[in-house]
Design a protein around this ligand. Sequence first.
Ligand code: SF4
Length: 494
Amino acid sequence: MSSRFRIRTYGCQMNVHDSEKIANLLHHHRWSEARGEDEADLLVINTCSIREKAEHRLYSDLGALRAWKRAAPGRALGVGGCVAQQEGDALLRRFPHLDFVFGTHNLRRVPAMVEAARAGQRSARVDESRSLERFDWPERHPATSEHSPGRAFVTVMEGCDMFCTFCVVPLTRGREISRPARDVIAEVEGLAARGVREVTLLGQTVNAYGRHDVRRGRAAAAGTLGFAELLERLAGVPGIERIRYTSPHPLFFDDALVAAHGRLPALCPHVHLPAQSGSDEVLERMHRRYRAADLVRIAEALRAARPDLVLTTDLIVGFPGESEADFRATLDLVAEIGFVDAYSFKYSPRPGTRAAELPGAPEPAVAQARLEELQGLQRGLTLAAHRARVGTRTRVLLEGPSRRGGTQLTGRDPYHRVVNLDAAEAGLDPERAAGVLLEVEIVEATPHSLIGAPRVTAGLRTGPGQAKFRKSPSGPGPMRTVAARSGVRMPGID
Ligand code: SF4
């Protein structure tokens, strides 16, 4: 029997995709995935350091894993991801039962580090790389592809040059680097040939793709394009029915990207627009380089291009210096834009970031009360948006059995909403339903998801607004507006 591994993944979709890449490499090195950690010979923890809580979780996990390591001789334990990138071999010193540590640019070394660990050598590799080699991966192993049939992540750029004052990502993921478009297109063509219908393009500031190459006049040499042009090319790949992208930065919603949402049917009518705050003063201290009014203008422009488009966001409360009035401005922004969902958190200072030095953080109890009020507002907006969907039709890409159990299946519609439905009603085997695209009618709304009933008739309605594609409006778009309003030079654009 081949050796077996498990991977615990924390954090963002980029981390999820990194774990897929590690699993893919291990499969190519004749490892197979264990059904549980008890059966595993190798355990990798892929960490996140975006919030203090995630980092503490790693330390508590590692403490608890002493017993796992001792339970069977020859077991190997590794840590990767953003905490590994920041802490390096300090983790080896702190946890003697830990065998190897690899940074965000060193995923490809994992099989060799595992072999070394099994030969008794502990190691840490956290060197940074500017090389495009980091995007070269072996073809997806069949065992990896089976995990999420029908859907796939595709990295288009990595790193971040924006240096928001609260964020560790520029420290853990390094500087921006974009992948040549021909490689992205070839990967998507290969995925489509294997039955993938939905791709999610990944990058820390995904819509900044190629901007440095365009600005320096070396896009042709680097093989990159503007982000909207890349979307256009990918929309032309036969078999690809849905394209998503995450996470964009509000600053890089240019006219071309907004117009793409009106023009490309494959581009999903959902945009994650990370606002972070509705207060211009707080946004300034966060070094976000836009104002609240710019977010409203971007939302309006996107909805003008694609009327059924839904918006979700990220929000931070309790940032240093956030006054009650600042917080009220965030509530006002959320209500004005009408986000369909939000990931909201209390600010937690991260070592090495500029915000960690800023004074004036609200008392923890105040921050907690603000978070609860914000989440209460968002819950109401989410439920109202879900209720408005009842009676509309949509297409759901099924992901497999639902956590609700029984014969329930779960999937996502083009608006990235979770839709649950009954497998028996759809005539599907729950274990083989992943990857199926099904037309459903929304029959019920819950606070977190929608309930659908399978429909096979023609005459699909498209959900919120039941929009038809429209030509996008002419005139100055949101990117020019953001630049003009904020008075900053927009990196790579102006
Ligand atoms: S844009 Fe800001 S929040 Fe996003 S990854 Fe870069 S530094 Fe972090």
